[in-house]
Design a protein around this ligand. Structure first.
Ligand code: SF4
Length: 351
């Protein structure tokens, strides 16, 4: 190992925080904490031999550096090769591109909603939207889902997540049946349920039935951040470099049909009953929040998790400062500790 040149596997990405760093493996969908001194070696000395690195540090940390390299090899984060072979292993390009104007949407519905959710979805699909979250803040039936999905058969949709109120008179098997028949449904989350439970249908990311006890009567439950909401993937890592990991290319339609960046926001760009989604997103400042990224946000910019973390611009620590930290995150990157569990317990992902 001493005379060979080391290289991080291209799928292993590193992120430095104030007190520690992480290696993210986007293939295995995992991350590992590492000291900032190891980050420095990975960031500044890739393509060198261990001998050259020890030499750089005047052989002061020889034992620690050997330990670091044993850890990296054992966890398949690096490999060794000849100097010539290094050029065959380029790094992943972290530019973020999406082939559409909108990538994801949230549609809220209540018993008073009188906008046409189906027509809104078709407009969004035509703008490139492939991921939907549909939240019913009222009683709903499986027929509500069927009547929304039947006309969309054959449309180019990658995933739909439904958030529905638990209804004891609907057998759990009926939800399993609709999940099995419609692979486009990524998950159904039933709130106000008697227990917190994940009923994993396919042992994959798709087709989960999730029961949560929390009462979700409106959009205010949004924005909680915890380790369970981290996304160790290339999409989030690359998007986070220059874009907002929650709001970029998102459209939210609230229970009244108001078109917004997120249904929880107050600012509306027009009502879907009066204008099209395209007209709304082309208004002057609709896309401004898309560009607020973690390296600009107070505290987050010093956090090692910033490239796998989601964001929230609605519930923030200082409502007068759009660049302040998400209010529902209790992580302190300066001490490397999580705080108040009530802030971070996202009922949809955290239990
Ligand atoms: S401090 Fe910011 S980047 Fe870090 S976990 Fe919290 S919200 Fe995410």
């Amino acid at each position: 190992m001493k005379n060979k040149y080391f290289k991080l596997y291209a799928c292993c990405l590193i992120s430095k925080g104030f007190s520690r760093s992480i290696i993210i493996d986007i293939n295995r969908n995992t991350f590992h904490m590492i000291p900032n001194s190891l980050y420095e070696i990975l960031n500044n000395h890739q393509g060198k031999t261990v001998f050259q690195i020890n030499d750089f540090y005047n052989n002061k940390y020889e034992n620690i550096i050997i330990e670091y390299f044993e850890f990296l090899e054992q966890n398949d984060y690096i490999f060794f090769c000849s100097k010539k072979e290094l050029e065959y292993f380029p790094n992943i390009i972290l530019d973020y591109h999406y082939p559409g104007e909108i990538s994801n949407s949230i549609l809220d519905l209540s018993s008073n909603s009188d906008y046409n959710a189906l027509s809104a979805m078709i407009q969004l699909i035509n703008l490139g939207c492939r991921h939907f979250q549909i939240r019913f803040f009222c009683d709903s039936s499986l027929e509500n889902i069927e009547s929304l999905l039947n006309p969309l058969e054959g449309e180019n949709i990658s995933s739909i997540e439904f958030i529905l109120k638990f209804n004891g008179s609907i057998p759990i098997e009926s939800y399993h049946k609709i999940l099995a028949e419609r692979p486009v449904i990524q998950s159904i989350i039933l709130y106000s349920a008697p227990e917190n439970k994940i009923l994993d249908l396919h042992k994959s990311k798709m087709g989960n039935l999730i029961l949560v006890k929390q009462i979700l009567n409106d959009s205010s439950h949004c924005g909680a951040i915890s380790e369970h909401t981290f996304a160790n993937n290339i999409k989030t890592f690359s998007e986070s470099q220059t874009k907002n990991t929650c709001l970029n290319k998102k459209v939210g339609i609230d229970i009244n049909g108001e078109i917004k960046n997120c249904p929880s926001m107050t600012k509306s760009y027009g009502n879907i009953k009066n204008i099209t989604v395209k007209e709304a997103i082309e208004k002057n400042d609709f896309k401004d929040v898309w560009n607020i990224h973690k390296d600009q946000i107070e505290v987050c910019k010093d956090c090692e998790f910033r490239h796998i973390c989601t964001d929230c611009r609605v519930y923030i620590q200082d409502p007068n400062n759009i660049y302040s930290k998400p209010a529902k995150c209790s992580y302190n990157p300066y001490t490397g500790t999580w705080g108040d569990e009530n802030l971070t317990n996202n009922p949809l992902y955290g239990q």
